[in-house]
Ligand binder design. Structure first.
Ligand SMILES: [Zn+2]
Length: 809
């Protein structure tokens, strides 16, 4: 870092902006910028390379194919056409620009930079003269997509007008830092100045808050680059206004408070102590609140984020670090509501959880936040992207009936673009420092260069973490200096998987991490999760750490109903799962021994190299008579959770019953369960149709469902193909219906067809086809012998529909 421009950029990145008001406070701990940390390891470096070489170009290509980029060119008058897509599609383009900029920082790439310059020219053209930027309204204010509001800002709770530009601010700052070019930053400043004029406490200003938080984070970043306090004030304004303390002039939600909870607008943020509503909105908001707590020293903000964090970590966090249990509203569930099969855990929520926990660490200097961050990083986040970098999970469940798979893209494609922007910034999470305390938070092979007050430190880590627990750290201060090196001792190495009583290990381990300095083992005590080593450091000093890497069984708090009588398994920071492919075709029927031990084995050629765990289990099934359970002993193999769903579709589980009462023996096969199911159009999970899970009601969200979403009023079909000609005389269907709030209803009409001599014929039966809700619709038909059977379904006008289970005999 000899170059002075780079030095300035680094200063900005670490948060100590030179032209900032000296009276303002900031995070007491400064992160070491990702530009100063170069990964050299075998775990993350390949993932970052894949992100740079595959994911970023892939995401841009998808943005082109889906008209997301054309929308800017059309809004800017550079080409003709109309708006295509969803109102928040602009944000995806900004997020990939942010990721591409981080990538440019580390890997200069003139071709990519040229691509970004061209793209930024389109964005610049799309901005209206006064700074307004929202392509769908600019393209045609008279023909707007749904939920945008007739005029600017008139439907803020849904429009994402402020959400989109929040991501643009983050992209602008990233691009400026990467290249020194102000092109996108100018767009951001024009936009933020407009927002500052329009929104505020003044009589002639609008009072309102965005329905999806994000602009708060973006404004704080803009403040850091510009040093202009009005952006910080505006960020705080949008947070302060939530919960409508002064009465919004602008919009009112419906009388029921549900929408307000969904958007965390149900009470002032400083009075919110339980994590509720849409999880990504929430965690972006908590990140923004933590920024405000640090930058304005507002104690009420501080208290609120502490309480919110305690609530999440004590009652709403999956063992994978995932948050947001519910599909409905992509939301946090009630306390201790952590179902596995239906767990939502959006990839974006994992990213948001990481962003928030990093800020909580910087505010408090406590390793417990990094424990949560690391858990999320290696598990709930990393599962969101395939090892090849071009397929993504939106939800990340902890159990699967085989119907989950990563997808190339989504109509709402927030997750692929969040992956692209987060991964290149990961080196910025490894180190942090105060005046004389150097924090080592993540153990990843790297070479880094850190500017402390007393001079520069070169530091490198050599390790095979997370596969083994040996870490070697070379410390080379430019000048021999006395300072503290704070080595994070992860909670999992201290018998504490999470910093709460939500999970604990079944057996405590007496093995303690060993720390050696220059080959000599030292005694240490742990403070705030760190072994703090204060001494005179000089060139060629070497720290070695040995973390005990045991496969350990985790028990959930007994209030988590779903996990009673079960344990999950982890080793180091990695949470394990079992997949069908390694365990005789099924895993949801496994029963493990309470005292089971697991050995580990490094598999170099399995899913990009992983350590697997091996043991013994029993598989349970119910015999044909339905009266007795058959137990079969078999080998048990577990793989890292993040690596699941790379070898075809099948069952997966993270929590394993060790008590028979919690086991889930496979029911005897039926005609339906043995047949191949297909449909004209599929959304959600087609295998839900014959997964032998009986619904509790038509709106059962805890079992997988199959729907035709977002087809409405159309005629659809679902089909069973049998292995051989089969005689059918009874049909039982459980319709999905999530009314009155959702968009699916029982169908308008339906009929049953069967394949005869290559043609579809309707079965013969007495009377009408009934349509029942909250129970099986069963009808008897004149027996047919066929190889294929089909349900033809006419959906209700303006509604979609779906099926929870279809049986036949
Ligand atoms: Zn997402």
């Amino acid at each position: 870092m000899k170059n002075s421009l780079l030095l300035i950029l680094v200063t900005i990145l670490t948060g100590s902006c030179s032209n900032k008001d000296n009276n303002m406070t900031d995070y007491p701990v400064k992160p070491v910028a990702f530009t100063n940390v170069k990964f050299t390891d075998n775990f993350w470096l390949p993932r970052l390379d894949t992100n740079r070489i595959i994911t970023i170009p892939y995401d841009f290509k998808k943005c082109e194919e889906t008209h997301r980029i054309d929308n800017f060119a059309i809004a800017g008058g550079l080409q003709k056409g109309s708006f295509v897509g969803i109102r928040y599609n602009d944000s995806d383009v900004y997020k990939v620009i942010e990721g591409a900029s981080y990538s440019l920082n580390i890997h200069p790439d003139p071709e990519l930079e040229k691509y970004l310059d061209d793209l930024i020219a389109k964005i610049t053209a799309a901005q209206e003269d006064d700074g307004y930027l929202y392509t769908c309204r600019t393209i045609n204010p008279d023909s707007l997509p749904a939920y945008t509001g007739k005029t600017r800002w008139s439907q803020l709770k849904d429009s994402h007008e402020l959400y989109n530009i929040g991501h643009m601010y983050e992209a602008a700052v990233a691009y400026y830092r990467a290249t020194g070019k102000k092109s996108l930053l100018k767009v951001a400043i024009r936009s933020a100045n407009l927002i500052d004029k329009v929104f505020g406490q003044g009589e002639d200003q609008l009072h309102g808050v965005p329905g999806h938080q994000e602009i708060e984070i973006g404004l704080v970043k803009l403040y850091r680059v510009r040093g202009d306090k009005k952006y910080l004030k505006l960020a705080k304004y949008f947070l302060d206004q939530r919960g409508n303390p002064a009465g919004h002039k602008l919009y009112v939600y419906g009388e029921d408070g549900n929408n307000k909870i969904y958007t965390q607008d149900y009470k002032p943020v400083t009075e919110q102590f339980e994590a509720v509503g849409h999880a990504v909105r929430a965690a972006y908001m908590y990140s923004g609140m933590t920024d405000i707590a640090a930058l304005t020293n507002d104690k009420n903000y501080n208290k609120a984020v502490d309480k919110l964090w305690d609530n999440v970590v004590s009652k709403k966090l999956y063992i994978t670090g995932g948050i947001g249990a519910k599909h409905a509203g992509e939301a946090f569930g009630e306390n201790y509501y952590l179902p596995n099969l239906s767990a939502y855990n959006e990839t974006c929520a994992a990213v948001a959880n990481i962003l928030w926990n990093q800020r909580m660490f910087l505010l408090n200097g406590d390793a417990k936040y990094i424990d949560v961050l690391e858990r999320t990083l290696y598990n709930g986040f990393l599962s969101g992207v395939s090892i090849h970098g071009d397929k993504f999970f939106y939800p990340n469940p902890l159990e699967s009936d085989g119907s989950h798979e990563r997808k190339p893209w989504f109509s709402c494609s927030c997750c692929p673009t969040n992956v692209a922007r987060f991964l290149p910034s990961l080196p910025g999470y490894v180190y942090a420092h105060t005046k004389d305390d150097l924090f080592i938070n993540l153990y990843i092979g790297n070479k880094a260069n850190i500017n402390m007050d007393f001079g520069e430190i070169n530091i490198s880590q050599t390790t095979n973490y997370p596969w083994d627990g040996n870490v070697k750290i070379n410390i080379e201060p430019e000048i021999k200096s006395k300072f503290t090196v704070s080595l994070r001792i992860p909670g999992w190495a201290q018998n504490k998987p999470v910093p709460s009583d939500l999970y604990h290990y079944m057996n405590r381990s007496d093995q303690k991490p060993i720390i050696k300095i220059n080959n000599k083992e030292i005694k240490y005590s742990i403070s705030n999760g760190y072994a703090k080593i204060n001494r005179q450091w000089e060139k060629e000093d070497v720290i070695e750490i040995e973390f005990p890497m045991l496969a350990r069984k985790v028990i959930a708090n007994e209030k988590v109903k779903e996990d009673i009588g079960k344990y999950s398994i982890e080793r180091g920071p990695i949470v394990y799962c079992a997949e069908w492919v390694d365990n005789g075709g099924k895993v949801r029927n496994l029963l493990l021994d309470k005292n089971a031990d697991f050995t580990h084995e490094y598999k170099e050629n399995l899913i990009n190299s992983v350590v697997i765990l091996k043991g013994i289990s029993k598989s349970l099934s119910i015999d044909k008579s339905g009266n007795s359970t058959i137990e079969k002993e078999q080998n048990f193999i577990a793989i890292p959770y993040y690596a699941w769903a790379h070898r075809g579709n099948g069952e997966m589980a993270v929590w394993f019953p060790y008590e028979k009462s919690a086991a889930n023996p496979t029911p005897p096969p039926t005609i339906a369960s043995e047949s191949k199911v297909s449909a004209l159009y599929t959304h959600d999970q087609i295998l839900a149709v014959n997964d032998q899970l009986n619904p509790k009601n038509s709106n059962d969200h805890e079992i997988p469902r199959f729907t035709f979403w977002d087809h409405k009023g159309t005629t659809e079909w679902v089909q069973y193909d049998f292995n051989e000609e089969t005689t059918i005389s009874n049909i039982h269907i459980y319709w999905f219906d999530d009314g009155p709030n959702g968009g699916c209803r029982v169908p308008e009409t339906w009929k049953i067809l069967y394949l005869k001599n290559g043609e579809w014929k309707e079965v013969s039966k007495h009377g009408e086809y009934p349509v029942l809700k909250d129970e099986f619709t069963s009808i008897e038909i004149s027996s047919v012998k066929t190889k294929s059977m089909r349900l033809e379904i006419k959906l209700k006008e303006n509604f979609s529909g779906g099926i929870l289970e279809w049986k036949l005999d």
